[in-house]
Design a protein around this ligand. Structure first.
Ligand SMILES: *Cc1c(COP(=O)(O)O)cnc(C)c1O
Ligand SMILES: [Zn+2]
Length: 421
């Protein structure tokens, strides 16, 4: 882990249509680099683009992964010739049985459990890795609430990079093992995610060749979430849904799905029809929902206490921008209890045969609550983003489900159990 970042001084930086980093707060622009905070005002930096002509046909003829949208991302045009996990193009499932259970007319589930490490994080990591390679990094790193750890360790393994993954020591066992198997440097830290995140920021300043995907290359990483929005629109037949429900941890994903829908409209790839963006949180970590409900612009950090650990970020960096997105699109942010999260997981499983992790339970349960409270329009076409796989959070459901009975191997005993109902 000793090579330096001087590649960018000798090779011209090729990040496709990306042209600069610009500050979300003051608009100050800097050249593309591994920077994440504005030198003028400390606001977060975001990738600014100059898009060429992009047609539906170009995209449809592209790779069957997020790289079909490479001309909309901060990656080189030949990005798919480098080893990466090539995530994306997951199923968009017409969820008629869940729609009936929730009392909505037209419902779709974007099933991102189908990604290489079974969560949407493969999208953001793939883009971060592609950009980090161009920026001259050689080590992929992250602080993680679990899914990011999986995605970083796997992508680094595939690319032949070293990885450094920092996790809270209390993480679910499954998420620890499914990271450790890729054999990077996995380090458990005594503390919660916000502590681990602070530690990562400190380390990023010390190690020039470490690309902390969600810290020093965060502007590039974050753009990967746009692919969820692009895919939903393409899979609906190149149109925007009326409503989308998105789980909120740092809030990045929600703002980027919104950005993707806007870009598609601006580029003429879809009709710019109005859409509403809804955020979903667990009550035990709901700082954005709290700010939304009280009409405030600032997010008050909380100490997370919820089974939805992949969403347990108490000080969400993009919280204020989530508020901007939902207010601009006439959406909302709502939160649900852990009991409702478990019920959401079970409802999705029994109606659609999809086993989501706790974040998916948050999304389904929040959609239900938004409908019951009249915030979500039951007649508008709705998409739920199911971002992670239930096999990684078995501990959340283990006390609630199991066999109906344990019986001797006899037909009569089976009949007896089934008759009990
Ligand atoms: C990280 C994560 C999210 C939310 O991501 P943010 O962009 O930080 O809001 C949603 N779902 C799952 C399963 C995640 O792991
Ligand atoms: Zn600024």
């Amino acid at each position: 882990m000793t090579s330096s970042v001087d590649v960018q001084t000798t090779t011209p930086l090729d990040l496709g249509p990306a042209r600069a980093l610009s500050c979300r707060e003051c608009g100050h622009r800097i050249p593309l680099a591994a920077e994440f905070a504005c030198a003028e005002c400390f606001g977060p930096l975001e990738v600014a683009y100059e898009f060429g002509t992009i047609t539906r046909a170009d995209i449809e003829a592209g790779p069957k992964s997020i790289w079909r949208y490479r001309n909309l991302l901060p990656v080189p045009a030949d990005v798919d010739s480098y080893p990466n996990t090539d995530p994306g193009l997951t199923r968009l499932v017409k969820a008629d049985r869940l729609a009936a259970a929730l009392g909505v007319r037209s419902l779709w589930v974007k099933d991102d459990t189908g990604n290489p490490t079974h969560s949407f994080k493969d999208r953001v990591v793939a883009v971060a890795l592609a950009a980090a390679r161009q920026l001259g990094f050689t080590v992929l790193a992250c602080p993680s609430t679990g899914n990011l750890a999986n995605a970083v360790a796997a992508a680094a393994a595939r690319a032949g990079w070293e990885s450094v993954v920092l996790i809270p020591s209390s993480l679910e066992r499954a998420k620890i093992l499914t990271t450790a198997v890729y054999d990077g440097a996995l380090i458990a830290v005594d503390g919660n995610y916000d502590d681990v995140n602070r530690l990562a920021t400190e380390l990023a300043a010390e190690h020039e060749d470490w690309a902390f995907v969600n810290v020093n290359v965060r502007p590039y990483y974050a753009e990967g979430s746009k692919t969820l929005g692009y895919e939903v629109a393409e899979q609906l037949g190149w149109r925007l849904p009326g409503q989308v429900v998105v789980p909120v941890a740092s809030g990045s994903q929600l703002t980027k799905v919104d950005k993707a829908f806007r870009e598609l409209g601006e580029l003429g790839l879809v009709e710019p029809t109005p859409y509403r963006v809804f955020g979903a949180q667990a009550t035990g970590c709901s700082p954005v929902a709290a700010a939304f409900k009280s009409g405030e612009d600032v997010i008050r950090p909380v100490k997370p206490d919820t089974i939805a650990r992949s969403l347990a970020i108490g000080a969400p960096a993009d919280g204020p921008y989530v508020l901007d997105s939902v207010r601009r699109t006439n959406g909302a942010v709502e939160d649900v209890t852990d009991a409702e999260v478990v019920e959401g997981i079970r409802l999705l499983a029994r109606t659609e045969g999809i086993f989501a992790e706790t974040a998916g339970g948050v999304t389904v349960a929040t959609a239900k609550k938004l409908i019951e409270t009249g915030q979500l329009d039951p007649d508008a076409e709705t998409v739920l983003l199911i971002t992670g796989d239930g096999l990684k959070t078995l501990d959340a459901v283990q006390d609630h489900i199991g066999p109906r009975a344990t019986i001797p191997p006899s037909a009569a005993a089976v009949r007896e159990v089934l008759n009990r109902g």
